[in-house]
Design a protein around this ligand. Structure first.
Ligand code: ARG
Length: 587
């Protein structure tokens, strides 16, 4: 485990010891060190500490300065303004730090593992059986996959759960409909699989839903059919299994298009908890967490009321004995906490389900299944909007099929790649087009914080300028082309050389990679990593504009700049991988 102490951490440590020498009661205080435009770092913590100690902040700052050891890491430290400290580090410290990252034998660029890893169960990428996937499912999949990568990279034990919608009333409806209209699926669906079979299923679903909503007698028959299903009637179960298998083939094809690994054993849908439902209800009722109300088993909350002022309960079991979404989620919590031994539960689910999770989590806390040691968190995401700022729909007002959207992104991206391509074959253009198109879609999603809505704008997403994955992928490919030209696969650092302003800025940013990854992982916030990577590519661009690489003054300068290119590229590559995005070597 070769982790590298970041410059921020080294400076922090030197400042903290100077501070406790100057003011012993401030021994464990935070000097509040930040990267700064004026110097390399600025510390703003002296002001508050001086206030607390009733000291003059500028004087305290000057005392700290006199205690700081300079030379090896800190080159300059001075008091500024009312008592800030401006700190500049030595070029050598930057060079040596990067060299240590580059030679990390674990190929982790010196990023440490978390000190106390635990087990996280993450619920994401959960489409519904017999229904087409839409943009909401895209967000859950993309955000969830990135959080998985981030957590695993920090050493967390991650268990993935794809809680697909494969149980409940709608299956009674579908199965009953198909039994009554056998001709509607057989000749069409028998020979087709994947996307086509899915749109047949989706059509069937809509027809069944229409009848269900308009025909009371059909509704009753459909409801009876759910009871058959949940009781395990073989014929009903066999039909259900067909729907599930068909749908999974389709899900896998979409996840493959998304360049995302979804493994069959991790798909544990709502049906997977069927055997636990009765016990979950019994435990809740016996402990008094849930009570019978008008025949239904309910949990009430002081702060959750409907528009009429009456309390809105969480219904765990309906008055007809049926179990719904809440019973399944509560059983899943028991499974994840007691069988999978989770310390953290994450749910990557649309913000529109926040009330449901609020009630489910509170119920589980009252039951003692969740507590201070086992926490649940909904990583709620906002709505995907069209260019017009309204929820994303087709011109006909229908939800947009995810597959169509991805195909269009790949087409657009392929056009961009083709236009810029210099020596790529048709096959390579198609492969890169997919990597750029899917990357563009993922990046657009991941670069805004999850809870915000975002506009799905393909023109913007595949633009070469601005905060897009294409921009980052080109930056990476350009570096690879320079390294190829130089014929140096692993250039070495020359720590003795002085650095240009643009080299220092780039180097200091590379140094911040570990802290950014740690922050993005603990806060489940991939957008922080995306922002970091965009800035990395921007700093690289200005370095490249200002500092000739292959034509630098001496062979040592050439190699040191190539070295800087190489660490930047590796940081970009690793960072993008944590977002689930490829970085092709040539574009
Ligand atoms: N299948 C649901 C949907 O499409 C999302 C499931 C979320 N996960 C959960 N444990 N409830 O909206």
């Amino acid at each position: 485990m070769a982790s590298v102490t970041s410059l921020t951490a080294s400076v922090h440590q030197r400042l903290a010891s100077a501070l406790s020498a100057a003011l012993p009661e401030a021994a464990d205080s935070d000097p509040l060190l930040r990267r700064s435009d004026r110097a390399d770092f600025q510390a703003n913590g002296i002001l508050a500490l001086a206030k607390k100690a009733k000291a003059n902040p500028r004087e305290l700052a000057a005392q700290v300065v006199s205690q700081v050891v300079t030379g090896d890491v800190i080159k300059d430290i001075e008091v500024s303004g009312p008592g800030f400290l401006n700190i500049t580090v030595t070029d050598q410290a930057i060079n040596e730090n990067l060299a240590a990252r580059a030679t990390d034998p674990d190929a982790r660029l010196g990023v440490p593992y978390a000190e106390h890893p635990g087990t996280t169960v993450i619920d994401y990428a959960q489409p519904n059986v017999a229904k087409e996937m839409h943009v909401g499912h895209l967000r859950s999949a993309v955000i969830g996959d990135s959080v998985v990568q981030l957590l695993e990279f920090t050493g967390e034990n991650v268990v993935r759960r794809h809680h697909i919608g494969d149980w409940g009333t709608q299956f009674g409806m579908l199965i009953q409909y198909l039994d009554e209209h056998p001709h509607e699926l057989d000749h069409k669906a028998a020979q087709v699989t994947g996307e086509e079979a899915m749109s047949n299923l989706d059509r069937l679903y809509k027809a069944a839903r229409k009848l269900f909503d308009s025909d009371e007698e059909f509704k009753t028959r459909a409801r009876r059919r759910v009871v058959d299903l949940q009781a395990g009637d073989p014929h009903t179960l066999a039909m259900w299994q067909k729907f599930v298998d068909e749908s999974k083939i389709y899900f896998f094809s979409v996840f493959e298009k998304l360049d995302m690994e979804v493994r069959d054993p991790d798909i544990v849908g709502e049906s997977g908890y069927n055997d636990m439902l009765a016990e979950t209800c019994r435990l809740l009722e016996e402990s008094g967490v849930a009570v019978r109300s008008e025949g239904a088993l309910c949990v009430f909350f002081d702060d959750i009321k409907g528009p009429d002022g009456k309390p809105v309960p969480l219904i765990v079991q309906k008055s007809d004995g049926g179990y719904g979404y809440a019973a399944t989620d509560l059983s899943a919590i028991r499974d994840r906490v007691f069988n999978l031994k989770a310390n953290s539960l994450i749910y990557v689910v649309d913000a529109r389900q926040s009330l449901h999770f609020k009630m489910v989590f509170e119920t589980a806390r009252r039951a003692g299944w969740l507590n201070d040691d086992v926490k649940a968190y909904q990583l709620a995401f906002g709505t995907v909007l069209g260019k017009d700022g309204k929820p994303f729909k087709t011109r006909e007002g229908e939800t947009v099929r995810l597959v169509d959207l991805l195909d269009e992104a790949i087409d657009r991206a392929s056009a961009v790649v083709r236009e810029k391509a210099q020596d790529l074959s048709e096959e390579e253009i198609a492969e890169r087009g997919a990597q750029v198109g899917i990357g563009a879609v993922k990046y657009a999603d991941l670069s805004t914080s999850a809870n915000r809505d975002y506009k799905f704008d393909l023109d913007q997403m595949v633009s070469l300028n601005g905060d897009t994955s294409v921009y980052l992928q080109y930056a990476y490919a350009r570096i690879q082309s320079i390294l190829r030209k130089a014929g140096e696969s692993r250039p070495q650092a020359h720590p003795e050389l002085d650095l240009h302003e643009a080299e220092r800025a780039l180097g200091l940013h590379v140094d911040a990679f570990a802290e950014t990854v740690a922050e993005a992982a603990t806060e489940y916030a991939p957008h922080k990593l995306a922002a970091y990577l965009y800035q990395l590519a921007s700093l690289y661009t200005s370095f490249y504009d200002k500092c000739p690489v292959l034509k630098a003054e001496t062979p040592a300068h050439i190699e040191n700049r190539l070295f800087l290119c190489d660490v930047t590229a590796r940081t970009l590559h690793q960072g993008m991988a944590l977002l689930g995005i490829r970085t092709p070597e040539r574009l």
